[in-house]
Design a protein around this ligand. Structure first.
Ligand SMILES: [Fe+2]
Ligand SMILES: [Zn+2]
Length: 435
């Protein structure tokens, strides 16, 4: 390559001329234009130059990078996603033209690559479209480019007992690599413990600030789980709590819950944790009818009361198991102590109760439960759309005055967690490339 460029320069040609020369249009016998170029060529900026075919029959540009499958880019998509300064505001990451002005019948007539790693396409509307090759390389049809899609959910059962992924609170707060690791584990396993966080009840807010912000609910931005005289939830008593996911009464259940142990009781107050995604997979295989009922019956979850912000009366109707557009589990909504209303005729009530009984039996299978009794300074972080959690009763010593068990709680949403995961990953890649 270096030799070829030397020869070109000796006869007065620039690198970009060399690239242009290599892209003479050829008409193939199929009536579409073909452009050829060896894919070993690299631009001066390090982008690999693909071989290119303008396929007028299918109205797409075909690019093939060395050693990879070729990719097709429809003309209309290319024109719509032009990255030139006239069409695209790079800092705002937004288009600068009106969709009404896009001609969906636009044709690509010609393509060449410049030595700074840009594909330049001449369109039939007279526009010269410009595309960094790195941008084109990242796009696929059909596929999305979200890096989070590379992270698979890792289902677990009791084998996670004593092996819940742990991180040091101070590392998560100061080291981007550790924070990325924590976010990765929350995505894949849905559970992590932060250690040595001290016992100041405002630390969960610091985690929210580190990533983005906390998700406030009607219980406040943060909430203190402890026994209260006038509880608006049995969370605020010393009683055992059955398996549930938090805030089912809202359509948008908080994505991640943090429970920071400030004080632990002398006895009881152990958390039981279950990966409901595993339970759902087991039900699908072993109890398909139960799975079908739980994913189609609408339960009405309600939460009524008063908290620091206002009186509240929340209701949402949704199945216990919700699926997303792509057929993946989206969220699990379980609150045995709350859903009393269901949208079924009376003759269907018994089958629904039977299905709930089976779900409850699965949640309490020893092979599905991980138990953890939080120690002061630990923060339990769990995917609230995936993990069902329960609590054993704890003991309050009547001879002792004051709060005997306290957990400081806070929520975050998955949009913010996912956003910061992408930001950190991008930053890490940039650092690796510059080193
Ligand atoms: Fe809870
Ligand atoms: Zn443009």
């Amino acid at each position: 390559m270096a030799k070829a460029l030397q020869v070109l320069r000796s006869i007065g040609l620039q690198t970009k001329d060399f690239f242009r020369l290599s892209f003479n249009l050829q008409r193939s016998s199929y009536g579409y234009r073909k452009l050829h170029m060896s894919s070993w060529i690299q631009s001066e900026h390090g982008s690999r130059i693909p071989s290119a075919h303008i396929d007028g029959k299918n109205k797409w540009l075909n690019l093939k990078w060395d050693g990879e499958q070729s990719k097709n880019y429809p003309y209309v998509w290319l024109r719509d996603n032009c990255r030139c300064r006239e069409c695209y505001h790079e800092i705002a990451s937004q288009k600068l033209f009106q969709f009404n002005d896009l001609d969906i019948d636009v044709e690509a007539n010609d393509i060449h690559f410049t030595d700074d790693g840009t594909a330049v396409i001449h369109f039939s509307d007279g526009h010269k479209g410009k595309y960094p090759l790195s941008f084109l390389e990242g796009e696929k049809f059909p596929a999305f480019s979200d890096p989070l899609r590379q992270l698979n959910k890792e289902l677990w059962g009791s084998e996670l007992q004593g092996a819940i992924p742990t991180f040091q609170f101070s590392d998560v707060m100061t080291d981007d690599d550790v924070l990325l690791g924590w976010l990765t584990v929350l995505h894949t396993k849905g559970i992590a413990i932060l250690q040595n966080a001290g016992t100041i009840p405002t630390e969960v807010k610091k985690i929210g600030d580190r990533v983005a912000y906390l998700r406030a609910t009607y219980y406040g931005e943060t909430f203190q789980v402890m026994s209260k005289n006038d509880p608006n939830s049995i969370t605020y008593t010393d009683t055992a709590i059955d398996f549930h996911t938090d805030i089912c009464a809202m359509y948008n259940q908080p994505g991640m819950q943090m429970l920071h142990c400030i004080k632990q009781s002398t006895e009881g107050g152990e958390n039981q944790l279950v990966d409901t995604y595993k339970v759902v997979e087991d039900l699908k295989k072993e109890e398909p009818e139960v799975h079908s009922i739980l994913s189609s019956t609408l339960f009405e979850f309600t939460d009524i009361g008063t908290d620091i912000l206002n009186d509240f009366h929340f209701r949402s109707s949704k199945p216990a198991i919700s699926y997303g557009f792509e057929g993946n589990i989206n969220q699990v909504s379980i609150h045995f102590s709350r859903h009393h209303s269901m949208n079924v005729p009376p003759e269907q009530v018994y089958p629904v109760y039977s299905a709930l009984k089976v779900l409850s039996r699965y949640l309490y299978h020893e092979e599905n439960i991980v138990r953890h009794r939080l120690s002061p300074g630990e923060i339990l972080c769990m995917d609230n759309r995936r993990l069902a959690h329960a609590r054993t009763k704890y003991y309050i010593d009547p001879t002792i005055k004051g709060v005997q068990r306290q957990l400081a709680g806070g929520y975050m949403d998955w949009d913010e967690l996912s956003s910061f995961y992408r930001v950190l990953l991008e930053k890490k890649k940039k650092n690796e490339n510059s080193n």
